[in-house]
Design a protein around this ligand. Structure first.
Ligand code: NAD
Length: 448
């Protein structure tokens, strides 16, 4: 008789949670030939967690192994400089997939509330519609939590960046994720995107893109009473309070706007400076923008370039002062716009209200903190922002009053586990980390 020990979980034989065993009987002679542990709820839970996490860990590893190919693909279809593609476009998805491998293993999918056990169950089939500006990140920020939650997913990527989406589908296949769990359909927004949002078999629509399309998708989802998550546009403020390290705040602020050629929904496109420091800040911003020269990449397509150029013209026509960049570009090919700074922008101007989505920084003047707060909160958006002050407490006190989903305090770093999403018309729901995971879960309460 052999007494076998342990459960095979996460690549190793692990001791069973309970002491009970199952006897294996030879039916020819009725002898007990072996015993194996009798698994408990805890053993099953550990095994399921490992199974869930493993798929995501395998996906993370494939994304890591194919990083260079991913970076080159994003550079080819989006136009971002290769270094940015390597560090951000290829690097961040590895971190996000890895974070969900860990969360899948650690998250409590069951909790006890009084006399109830509350189960977190997958929402079901996810329809994901993504934009082109962080093309792989936006796919992974939906797919990884959907898989961690136990959902299945259909992705419709942006028309401009389908190649990295195809590469991701290959990575999913290579990672051994079962057939049908992840599906990719490339196509036009009003055709394939709309069909996905409207499909009765989709339980949750997760959309990242413009507020205009998001509004339509929200309406479609509401009509069918299905869950919807919307990550939309932004017009974030970089608030520099007196006492802050002005040069650092301006330089980091300019870098934030110019990165990815300004095609970042959370970019701090409005810099708010106290009137006593205004001229100095404008000079620093113009200098910092000029230093970029033609180091930033082109915009994604001719339409976006024309749109951004239109905003620069409109800004100047409404009274803004062009202090860097403008309509001239040293390139004779490609959809380039020079790093541009508009000074003397007032809160009511079009360029201070609408999302430009290009390398254009608006510098606004404020009188005092209350004025700065009014200006910062004075748009329909509320996605991100930054506050700089001499001491952290002062910056935090100001940040608490901002109507926005994320605020970087004195140059705080990006955190892939922190919830990302918008107040007001910047969206509904959150992505990343545990908050992103719960978007793909629904609860069932059992009362005892
Ligand atoms: P977009 O809204 O035009 O397109 C986004 C996606 O929606 C694409 O896949 C497109 O094909 C699809 N689409 C277009 N029309 C559709 C329709 N009628 N029905 C269904 N799907 C449709 O946006 P874009 O130009 O690709 O991206 C830029 C915008 O995205 C900016 O406004 C930016 O702020 C926003 N954005 C927001 C976030 C965020 O997390 N909040 C992140 C990135 C981009």
């Amino acid at each position: 008789m052999k007494a076998y020990d342990g459960m095979y979980i996460d690549g190793a034989w692990r001791p069973a949670a309970g002491p009970d065993v199952i006897e294996v009987v030879n039916p020819a002679d009725e002898q007990v030939i072996a015993t194996v542990p009798a698994g408990t709820v805890e053993d099953v839970d550990a095994a399921v967690r490992a199974a869930r996490a493993a798929r995501l860990a395998a996906l993370r590893d494939v994304l890591q192994a194919r990083r260079e190919e991913i970076a080159e693909t994003v550079t080819a279809e989006l136009g971002s400089p290769l270094k940015l593609s390597q560090t951000v476009h290829a690097g961040v998805p590895v971190a996000v997939a890895g974070s969900y491998a860990e969360l899948a293993a650690a998250h409590a999918f069951e909790e006890r509330i009084g006399n109830s056990t509350v189960l977190s169950e997958p929402v079901g089939v996810v329809g994901a519609i993504t934009p082109w500006n962080y093309p792989l990140h936006q796919i992974v920020a939906k797919t990884a939590p959907a898989l961690a939650a136990g959902c299945t997913i259909v992705v419709k990527p942006a028309e401009d960046t389908p190649l990295v989406a195809r590469l991701f589908a290959e990575a999913v296949h290579e990672a051994g994720i079962p057939a049908g769990v992840f599906n990719l359909v490339t196509g036009l927004g009003p055709v394939a995107g709309q069909a996905l949002a409207e499909h009765p078999g989709v339980d949750l629509v997760s959309f990242t893109g413009s507020t205009a399309v998001g509004r339509r998708i929200g309406a479609i989802a509401a009509g069918a009473v299905k869950k919807v998550a919307l990550e939309l546009g932004g017009k974030s403020a970089n608030v520099i309070l007196p006492g802050a390290d002005l040069a650092r705040a301006v330089n980091v602020g300019v870098a934030n706007v110019m990165s990815n050629s300004g095609q970042t929904c959370s970019a701090w496109t409005r810099m708010l400076v106290h009137r006593d420091q205004y001229d100095e800040a404008v000079g620093l911003a113009a200098g910092a923008a000029a230093k970029y020269g033609d180091r930033i990449g082109p915009l994604v397509n001719a339409g976006q370039r024309d749109r951004v150029r239109g905003y620069i013209e409109k800004g100047v026509a409404e009274g803004a002062r062009l202090v860097a960049g403008g309509l001239d570009t040293p390139h004779d090919r490609g959809y380039h716009v020079s790093p541009t700074v508009l000074a003397d922008v007032t809160p009511d101007m079009t360029v201070a209200q609408e999302e430009i989505f290009g390398p254009v920084l608006c510098v606004l003047r404020y009188e005092d903190e209350e004025d700065a707060l009014r200006i910062a909160n004075g748009t329909v958006y509320g996605l991100a922002g930054a506050v700089w002050a001499g001491d952290e407490e002062q910056a935090v006190a100001f940040a608490r009053r901002l109507e926005t989903g994320q605020v970087d305090i004195n140059g705080g770093r990006f955190n892939p586990l922190a919830p990302f999403g918008g107040y007001k018309q910047s969206g509904v729901g959150r992505e990343l980390g545990v908050h992103g995971l719960t978007e793909y879960l629904q609860t069932k309460s059992l009362q005892f």
